[in-house]
Design a protein around this ligand. Sequence first.
Ligand code: EPZ
Length: 417
Amino acid sequence: MAEYVVNGGHRLNGCIDIQGAKNSALPILAAAILCKDQVVLHNCPNLSDVTTSVKILRYLGCTVCCEGSTVVIDSKGMYRCDIPTELMREMRSSIVFLGAILGRFRQAQMSLPGGCEIGPRPIDLHLSSLRQMGVEIDENHGLLDCKIPGALQSADITLSFPSVGATENIMLAAVCSRGVTTITNAAREPEISDLADFLNSCGAKITGAGETTIYIEGVRTLGGTQHIIIPDRIVTSTYMACTAVCGGKLFLKGALQSHSGSVNSVFEQCGCLVDYMPEGIYISSNKNLKKARLVRTMPYPGFPTDAQAPVMAMCCFADGTSVFVENMFESRYKHVDELCRMGAAIYVHDKVAVVEGSRKLYGTTVSAQDLRGGAALVVAALGAEGTTYIKGINHIDRGYENLEVLLSDVGADIKRI
Ligand code: EPZ
C-alpha cells in the first residue's frame, strides 16, 4: 500500500490551484442521469470518489469520457436502475444516486450505505422525505427496494436536521416531478447551490438554494449543459493549515472567501494573515500561532466538520489551549491518537477535544483512519521535527488531488512511496 514520507520544517511559498469540490462533483455526476442531452463538467477533481461515481454511471449504462478535469456524460443509454453492493461499499455517498435514479426510472435498488470511518451514516431523513413524495421503499437485509406506483408527487418537506445528502436527494427526485416541492430547513452548503445552478442550467426551476427553504418546480425534462464545479472549500482550509504550521505564504488560486468565512476567522484568530483577492486567497504565517479558543462544528455557514481535523492539527503547534466540539459526527476524532503518537497533547471526552498546544511534534509512523483525519496527519507531519511515515493514504486520495505534488511544488518535502 502507498504511503507518504514527510520531512517537516520547510517553509511554503508559491501558488496552488484549488481543485474542484468533491462534495459538489459527486451529486452533480449523479444528477447527469436526469439530463436527456450531453453534460460537460469542467474543474472536476481527479479523485477516487469521482472514479467510483464514474464507475456507477457506466454500470447504469451511461457513457462517460474523462479528459483531465473535464468529464462528459451522456445518459441516453442508461438501462439499469440498481447499484451493486460492492460499488455502494466503495463510497457511501453513492446514496445520492437514489434520488436521481428515481427521478429517471421511477424505481431503484441499492444496498444501505452503512456506517463509515467517521461514524454511522443514517439515511432516515432521505427515506422519510422520498416516502412523502410517494416512493414505496422496502428495507430488508440491508437492501433498499424503491418503486413509485404512480408518479412522483410534490411535497412540502421539513428536514429535522439540515442534512446535505437528504437535501440533494430530494432535489434530484423533485426536479422532474409534477408540482412544486419545498424543502424547509434545507442544507445551505455552497455545494447545494452549485447543484441547483447545474440543474437550472439544464432547464430546472429551483429557487432558494443556499437558504433554509428551497422551492423546486418540477419540469418535464432536463437538457444538457456545460458546468464548472466550484472550488473545494475544505481543500482550501487544508492548505491554509499547512501554511500556518510551516510558515511562509501561499496564494490559493480560485478559493472563494464567501465559501469559507467561518474557517478563515479561525486562521486569523490563530495569527495568520489572510487576504482576499478576486482570484483567490493569500495566507501567510510566521509560525507564531495562537490558540483557537473554541471551534464548534455546525451546519453551513457554521464551522464545517470536514475542516475540524486539519485545523486541530494546526492547533497542536499553537501557543495555548484550543477547544473543539464535534457536533456533526460521532467518531470524527480518530486522528487524535495518531497526533498524540507525534507528541501532541489532546484530551477527548464525548464531543469535546482539548488541545494543549505549543508542542513540538516529532516525526514517527502514523496511519490515516479517514479522509480528513489523514489530511490532518499531513499538516502535522509538515510542521513536525524529523521524518513522518503516513500509512493508509488511500483515504486521503478520496478527497485530495495530487496532494504531495502540489505541496512539493511550493517547498514541502513530501513523497509518495
Ligand atoms: C456530506 O455528508 C458530506 N459528504 C460530508 O463530507 C460532510 O461532512 C457532511 O455533508 C456535513 O457537512 C458529501 O457531500 C459527499 P449530512 P452527508 O447528511 O450528506 C445525520 C467529507 O469528508 N443524518 O449533512 O452524509 C448524520 O448522521 C465528507 O468530504 C441523519 O441523522 O452529511 C450526521 O450526523 C465526510 N439522518 C449529520 O446528519 C439522515 O438521513 C450530517 O449528515 C442524514 C444525516
